[in-house]
Design a protein around this ligand. Sequence first.
Ligand code: TRP
Length: 330
Amino acid sequence: MIKTVITGIKPTGHPHIGNYFGAIKPAIEMSKKSDYACFYFIADYHSLTTTQGAKELTDLSYEVACTWLACGLDPSKVLLYKQSDIPEIFELSWILSNLAPKGLLNRAHAYKAMVEKNREDKVDDDFNVNMGLFCYPILMAADILIMNAEYVPVGLDQKQHVEIARDICNYFNKKYGETFVMPTAIIDRNVSTVLGTDGRKMSKSYNNEIPLFCDRTVLEKKIRGLKTDSSLPNEPKDTNSTIFEFYKLFATRQQVEIMQKKFEEGISWADAKSELFRVMDAYISPMREKYNYYMSHKDEVDSIISEGSKKARELAKLTITKVRNAIGVV
Ligand code: TRP
């Protein structure tokens, strides 16, 4: 039996190396297996909780689409689409909001974190909280349930959202009869959590990311700027360093073994950084070329997305008809 897999990426920042190893690469590998039907989409309406301004949203949406394509997504195998192209998702989101207890959403981590911060700051609980943020998990449930997805590969931070989608799925099926397929989060613990330039998890919110497709010179500068300890050339180097961690992501096993020896023998940090840049650039270059190609051929990207959206919407329409029948809107 072919299983349906869905995942969305929010266009809120430039795709970085953490996104690549944590989400994009594993999702693309999954799409190459014949037992999965994959739905990968740009969650543009989800990004409204954080993105400011029209141009930013448009540009970042293209960046996400071009990143998927540059990293090897094959549009003949994967439906690549835009959430905003499928109005049925938003219709479903409203319907589901009537089944989602407020108490359930009170516990959703992004909202809860805001409330906790407001309490710390001694301001009103609801300060800076809009309904988009509060209802975010309902929209995500609609994304998933409308496509009858069975598997949802996500990072650990999204596990709670998939659990909320499961709860809502249950409430609906209990009240109106079996309508939706129960989704399951797939959290691959082998997927590397990529560390950022400061040694914490790479994340836009920590401002410690290395963009996946920046200019070579920018990449080199970022690598040169990585913090190291003060060990001198010829002194053994710590393989727990960010430099070695990055090297492991991009190099072959053989290259890593050689580098490990060089670390033991006391390669200078400057030389280690040069080697790191070399392997990183060699790995990224072919993808960067494709990325730049798509970024300057947006009409091609538009037609891939509109093809994907058209097919995804057909499925969404089937589900919404079922849902309307189930709730008595005929
Ligand atoms: N909330 C997810 C994130 O921030 C993005 C997302 C939106 C998503 N809808 C989804 C992921 C549906 C998986 C399935 O990363």
